[in-house]
Design a protein around this ligand. Structure first.
Ligand code: HEC
Length: 231
């Protein structure tokens, strides 16, 4: 029983939700959960580019998603035949499962690999079954350096941009592409918990209320004890 508390503390330290499955470092996704415009842009990209394969079943009644075209009746719910028999996963809770940084890194780290049936491989998820849907925007990346050798001689885990090189430009500049992926990840983060922005705001109000309550209670306590001490 004595160690129960320690065990709880340990649970908070290890974050079991964000699984790490590759040696590539996770790039920080510069998302802003309060930026509704970015979430809407991300939802539009999701509806036009990703929803050909991925569903988002838990967001079916959400107004922002619906207005951006992420609609239940447009999702590939009834497709049973997928290339190589691999069904693209539902992405409603993807940001909870892997975390925003993981998705941001995954979408950045596709590279040309003629040995793969899709023509592309991925640094974060080696031999991924997903086609590189973003190649028209990002351009075509190749492995610029031998990953194994580089990892041997570098102290810190490598970032995708340490290893990959843009071989052919896409329709977007790297900065514009970063913004596009940020919008997608922002939307997926929103989808995993649409009330997150509200919850944070509410948290500040609750803490503010507790501070004011503390001051009032402190003054009240002083007032009570004043009389008691006199006697
Ligand atoms: C042509 C079909 C297709 C399209 C379009 C597509 N994906 Fe995928 N995606 C897949 C498949 C198949 C997988 C499973 C990959 C695997 O398991 O190796 C996948 C996996 C993923 C994963 C990792 C899920 C996990 O838990 O492993 C993410 C994140 C993802 N896709 C995001 C996107 C986004 C964002 C878009 C739109 C820009 C998109 N996908 C468009 C087929 C697709």
């Amino acid at each position: 029983m004595k160690y129960y508390f320690l065990f709880l503390l340990l649970l908070f330290y290890i974050n079991p939700l964000y699984a790490v499955d590759s040696d590539i470092a996770l790039d920080k996704a510069p998302i802003n959960i309060y930026d509704i415009q970015s979430i809407k842009r991300g939802a539009k990209i999701f509806a036009t580019t990703c929803m050909a394969c991925h569903t988002m079943i838990y967001l079916r009644y959400n107004k922002i998603a619906q207005a951006s075209g992420v609609r239940y009746d447009k999702m590939p719910l009834h497709i049973t035949q997928w290339p190589n028999g691999i069904k693209p996963p539902d992405l409603s809770l993807e940001a909870d499962i892997h975390g925003p940084d993981w998705i941001y890194t995954y979408l950045h780290s596709f590279y040309l690999d003629p040995a793969r049936p899709t023509g592309f491989n991925n640094l974060l998820v080696p031999n991924t079954a997903m086609m590189n849907m973003l190649v028209p925007f990002q351009g075509q990346q190749i492995i610029a350096s031998d990953l194994n050798i580089m990892q041997k001689y570098s102290d810190a885990p490598l970032q995708w941009y340490d290893v990959l090189e843009l071989q052919r430009k896409g329709s977007l500049t790297p900065k514009q592409f970063d913004d596009m992926v940020t919008d997608i990840v922002n939307f997926l983060t929103y989808a995993a918990n649409p009330y997150q922005a509200f919850q944070w705001k509410l948290g500040y109000y609750v803490l503010g209320f507790l501070v004011i309550l503390f001051i009032l209670m402190y003054l009240l306590k002083r007032n009570y004890w004043q009389d008691i001490k006199k006697e």
